[in-house]
Design a protein around this ligand. Structure first.
Ligand SMILES: [Zn+2]
Length: 447
């Protein structure tokens, strides 16, 4: 386990020198860590020890990082099955249960939430990576941080709070409820930094305006969003930045990997935390690696996690990688445009790959519409004989019903021009589409 670095001087550009390590040295470091991680997993009676034995695979077979793809991916179904075999910790824990310092659970819709585990050293590492992110977007000791991620069962709130506390900010773990009190706290304590979901950032700003308070005149100067596609959708970023007169940054994580990638002040893609996890981008169908610049599914392997480490975890998230050095000087590769969509949310319309985030960008850039939208895939847009899609149905909310007809026509033309996809746009009454402060469901599939 890597010891976490001491807090740098306030004028230091980097939280950790490892962020700008030469890429050849980075690969050496990754290989060394991967070998010891996999060696530990080969011993004992956990999931991976069993899998490696079945495959006749040993760590000696890992001569370079390019040998890792010889191992099969780990899927959510493997994890869920292991919970059933050895409840309640399952066969991925990799440490005795008395060394587990924290358990978080999936917020998913499956019948039973799946747990993930951290030792104290894992928690320290997690906080340090979050501090690294906050530092990279300009947060410094003395900032006042109001955490608008949920805390109840959800993984984001505690993670961000621990990280900014480690950085030396004044932390207010506020959660994502009670708008009235959020606004009062933000004004009373002169909050300068907000973390939360993009939809909650918009909601809070609009609620402030409704009360005659201009969020752009608050002291908030840095906003970090995650949990849904957000700052990487240009229209959403512009909207949040304009409402708050602040810079808006995107970060990406999942329960299994906290965190995965986060922006820097250059706002030109999300830096992976490559000394913490090893990233592969693979074709969704064949599993073969794809080159930088080509969309593929992100597959992640923990390099030094003690409790619940995962090997070749199939995230299901579609990303595009750029391994060139960023303008900020960091060498860790970036995910350009953040998460493009879920492998299972991606629609193929007449051969065009379409992600909900691309539709969102067009919807949110069009004045006269609310921020909400819903894509419906049903038989009206499927070819009767093949089932292939020839378009999408799109529902949006027109703020002024008298404008609905002209707006839907304009939006359909815009989607056709920008995304090369035919859309049947329908206007529905304002507030009739589902609002959520966390992960709104954007694609509805009907028979
Ligand atoms: Zn950068």
């Amino acid at each position: 386990m890597t010891a976490v670095a001491a807090r740098p001087a306030a004028d230091a550009a980097l939280w950790d020198p490892a962020e700008a390590i030469d890429r050849a040295a980075l690969r050496d470091l990754q290989l060394g860590r991967l070998r010891s991680q996999l060696q530990r997993l080969s011993e004992g009676d956990g999931f991976y020890a069993g899998r490696f034995r079945e495959l006749g695979w040993s760590v000696a077979d890992l001569r370079s990082l390019d040998d890792l793809p010889r191992l099969p991916v780990t899927r959510k179904a493997d994890y869920i099955a292991s919970l059933g075999e050895a409840p309640p910790f399952g066969r991925f824990a990799a440490v005795p249960s008395d060394r587990i310092a924290r358990i978080h659970f999936s917020s998913g819709t499956t019948a039973k939430p799946a747990p993930q585990f951290w030792t104290q050293a894992d928690l320290d590492r997690w906080a340090d990576l979050y501090a690294r992110y906050a530092w990279a977007i300009g947060v410094r000791p003395g900032d006042v941080f109001q955490c608008l991620f949920g805390f109840t069962w959800f993984v984001g709130g505690l993670g961000a709070t621990a990280g900014l506390q480690r950085l030396g900010a004044t932390c207010i773990p506020a959660g994502n409820q009670d708008t009235e009190r959020q606004i009062a706290t933000l004004m009373d304590y002169g909050t300068t930094v907000l973390f939360g979901t993009p939809s909650f950032m918009v909601h809070l700003a609009l609620e402030m305006q409704r009360r005659g308070i201009d969020p752009a005149r608050s002291r908030v100067r840095i906003i970090a969003v995650g949990g849904e596609p957000g700052a990487s959708v240009p229209a959403t970023r512009r909207r949040i930045e304009a409402l708050w007169n602040a810079k808006c940054y995107d970060a990406y994580g999942c329960l299994e990997f906290q965190p995965i990638a986060a922006e820097c002040e250059a706002q030109d893609g999300l830096h992976l935390f490559e000394d913490f996890s090893y990233a592969e981008i693979v074709d969704a169908e064949s599993g073969a690696p794809v080159p930088d610049g080509t969309p593929g599914v992100l597959v992640l392997t923990h390099l030094d996690k003690q409790a619940g480490p995962l090997v070749r975890w199939f995230t299901g998230d579609i990303v595009v990688r750029d391994s060139s050095r960023c303008a900020c000087g960091r060498t860790h590769a970036r995910l350009i445009g953040g998460v493009r969509g879920r492998a299972d949310d991606m629609l193929v319309v007449r051969g065009v790959n379409l992600f909900p985030s691309a539709v969102e960008d067009v919807v949110r850039a069009m004045p006269g519409l609310s921020d909400e939208y819903r894509i419906i895939v049903d038989k009206s847009v499927r070819e009767a004989d093949t089932g292939f899609l020839n378009g999408i149905r799109l529902q949006v909310e027109a703020l002024d019903p008298a404008q609905a007809a002209s707006l839907t026509e304009k939006l359909a033309a815009e989607i056709r021009a920008r995304l090369q996809v035919r859309a049947h746009v329908e206007a529905v009454p304002v507030n009739s589409l589902e609002r959520s402060t966390h992960k709104s469901k954007r694609v509805i599939r009907e028979a």
